[in-house]
Design a binder for this molecule. Structure first.
Ligand SMILES: NC(=O)c1ccc[n+]([C@@H]2O[C@H](COP(=O)([O-])OP(=O)(O)OC[C@H]3O[C@@H](n4cnc5c(N)ncnc54)[C@H](O)[C@@H]3O)[C@@H](O)[C@H]2O)c1
Length: 302
């Protein structure tokens, strides 16, 4: 593609854009002409202390110094009112909203044996409910405009699992399910929803990445794909991409071709055929649950 992707006359909201990946997304979108709402409530990485406006303000200043247009927003994504406040900032300041990047997040890692219920709930609230809240708040505006691009942020932990992150994995997997259905509902209105599972140097990863990895995994690698997914040239929806440090891949949800039996089998019969059931040398990749159901019916001869 030779044409430079532009966000002229487009308005983008990036949540949690006071640092890390969100800051990088906001800077790139602004550099390409978007008017950007830089949302961040401030606070530490566990979301325990908060309320410092300076993080979002500093990114807005950076964007303005580079000749871009941005406004800071300090609401929390984790309440319906906060999310409505974020979208009101976009509408009141710039009159519209075209792009939403749901990126805000916190970490409260502990093995499941030691996970306090409040630490489970807080992580679900910020990641999953935060994504739902801000999506809900932009939805009527995007539907009315017949245009929208939403990029939600999951994680390898949500897709594949990771020790010490049951709360985070549950929230991030929830974001995948939410996004897949939102993509189905949004596509007819030209509101395209996709998901990224990034890997990047940030305060969330400074204690798990070596110094060498930390240098390599610049957030800008991730933002480049976010900008494509956020642009009007992108026609993809319901897709999941894993990316970081120069690696870009599509994540697929697949099912093996499976087996079909004519009558209720015994557990022993299934145990005998478990390798056949599990074999993914050929597979289905259903775009939606109803497509899967149609395939299953076909296999069953119904
Ligand atoms: N860095 C990685 O390798 C990695 C990997 C997988 C997923 N992610 C996801 O990417 C996103 C960005 O993470 P990051 O690594 O840049 O971390 P980060 O801590 O630098 O960024 C998260 C930002 O969200 C803000 N935030 C937290 N709670 C908020 C709330 N309630 N309302 C508004 N803002 C809030 C924080 O202040 C922070 O600036 C997160 O969703 C994270 O889970 C990151």
């Amino acid at each position: 593609m030779s044409e430079k992707l532009s966000f002229q006359d487009r308005v983008a909201i990036v949540t949690g854009a006071g640092g890390g990946l969100g800051r990088s997304h906001a800077l790139l979108l602004a550099q390409r002409g978007a008017k950007v709402v830089v949302n961040d409530l401030g606070g530490d990485r566990a979301g325990r202390s908060g309320g410092s406006a300076s993080m979002a303000d500093a990114v807005v200043e950076e964007i303005r110094n580079l000749g871009g247009t941005a406004v800071a927003d300090h609401h929390s994504v984790d309440t319906v009112e906060g999310a409505e406040g974020i979208v009101a900032t976009a509408i009141d300041t710039f009159g519209r909203v075209d792009v939403l990047v749901n990126n805000a997040g916190i970490l409260r890692d502990a093995s499941f044996a030691k996970m306090a219920p409040e630490d489970f709930r807080s992580v679900l609230r910020v990641h999953l409910e935060g994504t739902v809240n801000v999506s809900r708040a932009v939805w009527p505006h995007m539907r009315a405009a017949g245009y929208g691009r939403i990029i939600n942020t999951t994680s390898g932990a949500g897709l594949y699992g990771n020790f010490g992150q049951t709360n985070y994995s549950a929230a991030k997997a929830g974001i995948v399910g939410f996004s897949r259905t939102l993509a189905v509902e949004g596509a007819p209105k030209n509101i395209l929803v996709n998901v990224i599972a990034p890997l990047a140097a940030s305060r969330l990863t400074e204690d798990v990445m070596s110094e060498e990895l930390f240098k390599k995994f610049e957030p800008e690698y991730v933002s480049a794909l976010v900008a494509f997914l956020a642009n009007e040239v992108c026609t993809l929806h319901g897709q999941i991409f894993e990316l970081g440090g120069g690696y870009y891949a599509r994540v697929a949800l697949i099912e093996s071709e499976g087996i079909v039996v004519d009558s209720i089998p015994s557990p022993e019969e299934l145990a005998d055929r478990i390798d056949e059931i599990s074999d993914i040398s050929t597979f289905l990749e259903p775009a939606r649950a109803d497509v899967l159901l149609a395939k299953v019916n076909q296999k069953l001869g119904l």
